[in-house]
Design a protein around this ligand. Structure first.
Ligand SMILES: Nc1nc2c(ncn2[C@@H]2O[C@H](COP(=O)(O)OP(=O)(O)O)[C@@H](O)[C@H]2O)c(=O)[nH]1
Ligand SMILES: [Mg+2]
Length: 238
């Protein structure tokens, strides 16, 4: 079954070619789609050049910085329109290491969604400052409790969805981006009755480039989870 790995990028010139090559090495079923938001550092051009040598590498260029949530959606759209059986998402900064992909694909044999998780036994976080750790732990405790989810890492962007999940839960109707997009997707997939697995990952802080996630995003996410908790019900389309 063909699987599409979506790599959203904004100024990841130092990471994009190395990461996509390592992803493609993990399994012959994998292909990569870089969704680049016209990165000023030339990330898109690097990918364009490499595509002549690597037929499993694809590029979607967007005109400007449109956000992580809509980058995921563009990747999902491409995956569904081109008949991939699975769509994965990963950060393009080596925080989500490609070495975990085989375990994620293996867990997809009997699940509909798999999360590369920091908060299950064997998982963890390396070289993150204390405030980032505390924030992430609290965000997951809060989300899990409020939305009554059986998932330990609701904010991990390292994921695999079956194409059936993407068609059924309709991510295109999610009206949030960033962390709250990730949380709402887990909630929808769970409420729709799909099987979710978590496989352990060690999340390592980026070695190159800078983080693009803002502080206001965190408050927005906390509010969004609260609002979602007030709106119970299934998200299945049919
Ligand atoms: N296409 C696109 N990618 C983005 C955008 N913002 C962040 N990214 C990418 O999303 C991934 C996660 O972002 P990052 O800055 O590492 O967030 P952090 O790890 O939570 O600090 C990286 O691959 C970024 O390049 C955006 O607006 N558009
Ligand atoms: Mg990062």
């Amino acid at each position: 079954m063909r699987a599409l790995v979506v790599l959203p990028t904004y100024n990841e010139a130092e990471n994009v070619l190395g990461l996509s090559a390592e992803v493609l090495e993990q399994d012959p079923s994998l292909e990569v789609l870089v969704v680049d938001d016209n990165s000023p550092d030339g990330t898109g051009d690097l990918v364009q050049g490499q595509m002549e040598r690597e037929p499993r590498l694809h590029l979607l260029r967007r005109p400007g910085k449109l956000g992580l949530g809509t980058a995921y959606l563009a990747g999902f759209r491409h995956g569904l329109d081109n008949d991939y059986g699975r769509v994965l998402t990963m950060d393009c900064d080596f925080s989500h290491h490609p070495r975990y992909l085989p375990a994620i694909l293996a867990a997809m044999q009997n699940h509909d969604m798999v999360i590369g998780s920091r908060y299950v036994p064997g998982g963890g976080v390396a070289n993150w400052p204390m405030h980032r750790r505390m924030l992430s732990t609290f965000a997951n405790f809060y989300t899990r409790a409020l939305l009554r989810l059986p998932v330990h890492d609701c904010t991990s962007g390292f994921r695999c969805y079956s194409s059936e999940v993407l068609r059924e839960v309709d991510p295109f109707s999610v009206r949030s981006s960033g962390y709250s997009f990730l949380e709402e997707m887990v909630c929808r997939v769970h409420r729709a009755g799909f099987r979710i697995a978590e496989t352990p990952i060690l999340f390592e802080d980026r070695r190159a480039g800078v983080s693009k996630i803002s502080k206001t995003e965190i408050y927005r996410a906390a509010w969004h989870v609260f609002a979602t908790a007030l709106r119970p019900g299934s998200f299945r389309r049919k």
